[in-house]
Design a protein around this ligand. Sequence first.
Ligand code: NOJ
Length: 572
Amino acid sequence: MTSLKWWQTTVFYQIYPRSFADGNGDGIGDFKGITEKLDYLAGLGVDALWLSPHFPSPNWDCGYDISDYENVAPEYGTLDDFKTFLEESHKRNLRVILDLVLNHTSDEHPWFVESKSSRDNPKADWYVWMDTQPNNWQSCFDGDAWTYAPERNQYYYHYFMKQQPDLNWHNPEVKKAMWDAIRFWLDLGVDGYRLDAIGTIFEDPKLTPHTVPMTLAELRRFSDTAKTPKEIKLKDKYWHDMFKNQWGQKGVHELMKELRAVIDEYDERMLVGEDDNIDYMGDGKDELHLVFNFPLMRTEKISPAHVHKNQKERLGKLDTLPKAKGWPCNTLGNHDCSRIHTRFGDKVHDAELARLNAALVLTMKGTPFLYNGEEIGMTDMMLADISQVRDTMGSWYYHVIVTDMGVHPQEAMLRTAEMTRDKNRTPMQWSNHPNAGFSPAEANTWLPINPNYKEGVNVYDQENNPASLLTYYKHLLRVRRESSALKEGEYVPLQTTAREYFSFLRQSPAQTVLVVLNYSDQAMELDFTRTKEIRNSNLRTLFTSAERRSAELTPKFKIGAFEVFIAEVERG
Ligand code: NOJ
């Protein structure tokens, strides 16, 4: 019997509602569509769903600009549709967590509309207002972080777009209103929250200006063109320095403690922070349940050396929390970054690398988060025309570099296609029918469909194909579900100096499992006869991506190029 909590042994699957499944044929995903796909998700073998924001929103930032925290965006359906979705998910043992955006609301939220209307209305102090523009801070999406509101003859602060004004979290009324909104969904039965951008909630109270000799647009352009190691180092320093007074400031820990107390009024709910800072787990019991291991994916290439180093650092720190050890949370992709298949491919062995990386996330110690579409190998899709861009951060950048910097529109479009998050948010590819079965053939989908749905990158074609990536994910998820070591076991790194393959043990009281991920294109002979946990045992294959003649191996065995090999270490 495991003493772990459900969110420790769960595999989460992120649904991007706009792009998951279109149930009413308008080209936009919705709850009817998601609900129809719950059997697919249960069959895939995941345990919980994280929904990116489903609330009413003018969609300047694809739903991360919320105009009503207690309702459903009309394009996604009604509150009743949400309730049906939740009930049907729970019936299938799929838990559901929502996205919680604390830092800012939409500028169309009634709170902001009222706050902006005068200097003395009841919500006048709910946002961050200044009489004059106090410094040179930038918004990380679109230029100046201060926007003038003529109604008050004052400036308001926004870390993100000007349509996303920052709430003033020093005001207790803001907290109360937000905690009420949280309780609204918890009362309906949701299982927790993913917390958006918690690092940005507070700013430096001294309003210290940044020292970077550039605007945001100039810095982006500089980053695009930086080539030499010196330029690359400088650009990283500039990004850090530009925003260091606007995030990670005092106050977040106290706020997370208050939020945790609200969550703990309910049984068995959880919080995962969109931050890699383990300090946000507090003493292990009083802040967030999980934070993401983003350093794992913050690399050009997933290599054994990178993963070993990452695990050493993360697990070392998680073990030192004073009240309870912290639990890891691993992911390689989400709606904000290039898709795994593209980003961590090498253009020659993309398929093999995608399988290795899936196995990595699903076998490392911790709670895995998968992103919709990665199980069928969806790739980034480069948009060709600015009229197709929906991510306003992308269209803003395009217009600035064309208009203010004289960049040729063709070059600007190429750059925009690479930097916009639209490329990894295209609709889910369900079949090889027109519109990839996401929407009816005649619908205009909100983002174009990646044409590779016609080449096997779709659920229908992969579902009954034993050699497909989807079958591979299902198999791996089943092996994980049936293995106490993979779900709960401690992590024991092995042969840490090997450059080509990554190997480790997972050990639970009931089981020891060996995982070997060969990241090289060479077959090789491995020798674990000096590893004390293995040397006197046979290995019983639980999973392999290669053809093997025997299910039983000794601790000295051959591994194929790019092979994923998972075996139980037999006892006695
Ligand atoms: C992080 C979210 O993941 C991203 O999509 C969004 O644009 C920003 N936070 C602002 O809410």
